[in-house]
Design a protein. Structure first.
Length: 318
C-alpha cells in the first residue's frame, strides 16, 4: 500500500469510529430488526385471522346442519303430538265444539251449579280429618307417574305434584276411596261428580299456565290444609283468566278450568285441596251425548292403562 493509500485508509477508519456514524448504524440495525418483527407479526395476525375465519365458517356450517336437524325433529314431533292417534288432536276438536255452544264466566256460583257441595261443607270436619291422614303420610303418588301426559306440569319446576285419584271421569278407584269413607259415601250418592281427587302441592310448587281439556264439567276446589300468608293471601293461590284468587280452608270454589289458569304454593308448608269435576247441566242436548261419549272413552282408556294399580298409595318402604 502506498503512503497515500495508507493515509486515506486511516482517515476512513477514524471517520467510521466517530459517534455519529456508530449511532446511525445502530439505528439502522434497530430499524431493520423492527421491520422484521412487524413483518412476522403481520404474518402471524393474517394466519390467525385465516384460522378464525375457517373455524367460524365450520361452526356456522355445523349450526346450519344442527338447526336443520332440529327443525326436522320439531316438525316430526309436532306431527306426532297432533296426529289423530294422539289425545291432543281430539281434545282440541272437542274443545272447539264446546266453545261454540257454552259461554260462561270463569268463576260461577257453587250454590247454583253444584248444590251437592252443601253436603261436603256439612261433613267438612270428618272429610278433612280422614283426608289429611292420607295426604300428609308422604305416600301419595306423583301426578305425572299416574298419567304420563301430565309430565310437562312436573318438568316446569321439577317438583312432584302429589295426587290420589278417587274417581276419574266416571272411573272409580275403590281402593283409594276406601281410605276416605266419608267421601266414598258422598261419591256413591252423586254420580254427577264424575271426578274426585286429593291434591297435594309441595312448598314452592308452581303449576304453569294451562287449560283443562274438557268443558263439559265444572271444577270444584275444597281446600283442606292451607297456610295463611297474611294480607288476605294464602298458599292456595289461583290465577284464572287474569284474576288472582286466594282460597281459605273450608271455602268451596267452583270454576271452569278450560280458561287459562295457573297455581302456586308460596308457603313453606304443603297445600292440600280436594278436586271435583261436576257434570254440567247447562249443556245443549247434543253436547250431553258428546260429553258422555268422552267420559266413556276416558274410562276405557284408564282401564287399559291399568290406572288403578298406578294410582295406589306408595308403600312405606318406598
Amino acid at each position: 500500500m502506498s503512503p497515500t493509500d495508507r493515509l486515506a485508509w486511516q482517515g476512513f477508519r477514524s471517520w467510521w469510529k466517530t459517534p455519529d456514524v456508530i449511532g446511525t448504524c445502530d439505528a439502522s440495525a434497530r430499524l431493520n430488526k423492527a421491520v422484521r418483527k412487524r413483518s412476522v407479526r403481520k404474518k402471524t395476525v393474517r394466519e390467525k385471522k385465516v384460522r378464525e375465519k375457517t373455524m367460524r365458517e365450520k361452526s356456522m356450517g355445523e349450526k346450519r346442519v344442527r338447526k336443520k336437524s332440529v327443525h326436522k325433529k320439531s316438525v316430526r314431533q309436532q306431527v306426532l303430538r297432533w296426529a289423530p292417534w294422539n289425545y291432543r288432536f281430539w281434545r282440541e276438536i272437542a274443545r272447539w265444539c264446546y266453545l261454540q255452544s257454552l259461554h260462561n264466566p270463569a268463576v260461577v256460583s257453587a250454590q247454583e251449579h253444584f248444590p251437592a257441595s252443601a253436603e261436603l261443607h256439612q261433613a267438612y270436619a270428618a272429610i278433612r280429618q280422614e283426608t289429611l291422614e292420607v295426604a300428609l303420610s308422604g305416600r301419595l303418588p306423583a301426578n305425572h307417574e299416574i298419567m304420563e301426559q301430565q309430565r310437562t306440569l312436573y318438568e316446569f319446576d321439577r317438583k312432584a305434584w302429589g295426587m290420589l285419584p278417587l274417581r276419574g271421569y266416571g272411573y272409580d278407584y275403590p281402593a283409594n276411596q276406601a281410605l276416605i269413607p266419608t267421601l266414598q259415601s258422598f261419591l256413591a250418592r252423586h254420580r254427577d261428580v264424575v271426578s274426585a281427587a286429593v291434591s297435594l302441592f309441595p312448598p314452592g310448587k308452581v303449576l304453569r299456565p294451562h287449560k283443562g281439556p274438557f268443558k263439559g264439567v265444572w271444577r270444584f276446589h275444597l281446600p283442606l290444609y292451607v297456610d295463611d300468608l297474611g294480607q288476605g293471601r294464602t298458599s292456595c293461590e289461583l290465577l284464572i283468566d287474569g284474576t288472582t284468587y286466594y282460597l281459605n280452608e273450608g271455602e268451596g270454589f267452583l270454576w271452569d278450568d278450560t280458561f287459562l289458569h295457573s297455581a302456586v304454593n308460596r308457603s313453606d308448608q304443603p297445600r292440600v285441596v280436594l278436586l271435583f269435576d261436576v257434570f254440567r247441566r247447562d249443556q245443549p242436548f247434543w253436547l250431553v251425548g258428546m260429553s258422555w261419549l268422552f267420559l266413556g272413552i276416558a274410562q276405557i282408556w284408564q282401564h287399559l292403562q291399568n290406572m288403578r294399580e298406578r294410582a295406589l298409595l306408595k308403600t312405606a318402604a318406598s
